[in-house]
Design a protein around this ligand. Structure first.
Ligand SMILES: [Fe+2]
Ligand SMILES: [Fe+2]
Length: 189
């Protein structure tokens, strides 16, 4: 297969995942990746597809996450490059196979956890994603009791690797998730 498409990513993930919250996470990371691609002037459809599929082996192999990506994706004809990109998001956490190297890989690593904070914040705001500002998101980021499961150190590490300001990545995460608020169940009147 050439570059992975979002339609194909959705088809593959649905074969291996049933839990609704994992689809919401897939949609959030995909939305953030689409926006980050815009920042880099890259292939947004491709980045969105990688975001959608990045946790493909998680539901089946939560304790061996990223170690079963290749066996699930090779038979689907997903390219070695795309498989490597997906595996790299677990670098230093669940695998040491491949370090994030490309802009896309570095972005995936950085936004994976960050979207969790954005999502949790949207859930507590009456307006959902609408009008969310970087400044107030930063406060939630600093409050480690808020969305405590989202690993701030990991996000920082990802941001450092990217060489961008946290506020820039936050801005694009918000933007991307706003564009997909309905899909994320965050649409408000
Ligand atoms: Fe993951
Ligand atoms: Fe993830």
């Amino acid at each position: 297969m050439d570059s992975l498409t979002l339609a194909k990513a959705k088809e593959i993930l649905a074969k291996h995942t049933k839990e609704a919250h994992l689809f919401v996470h897939a949609a959030a990371v995909s939305a953030a990746m689409e926006a980050m691609a815009e920042y880099y002037g890259a292939d947004a459809a491709h980045w969105a597809a990688i975001g959608w599929l990045h946790d493909v082996d998680y539901e089946k192999y939560p304790d061996e996450h990223c170690h079963h990506v290749r066996e699930l994706l090779e038979p689907e004809g997903v390219s070695e490059e795309d498989i490597g990109s997906i595996i790299s998001h677990g670098y230093g956490v669940v695998t040491n196979e491949k370090e994030p190297q490309t802009d896309m890989e570095k972005c995936l690593f950085a936004v994976d956890e960050l979207t969790g904070i954005v999502h949790a914040y949207a859930l507590m705001r009456p307006e959902g994603m609408k009008g969310m500002e970087v400044k107030s998101l930063k406060k939630k980021f600093k409050d480690k009791r808020f969305a405590a499961k989202c690993d701030r150190d990991l996000i920082q590490k990802g941001i450092e690797r990217l060489g961008l300001e946290l506020s820039v990545v936050m801005e694009y995460c918000i933007k991307g998730m706003q564009a997909h608020e309905a899909e994320l169940g965050l649409e408000k009147e």
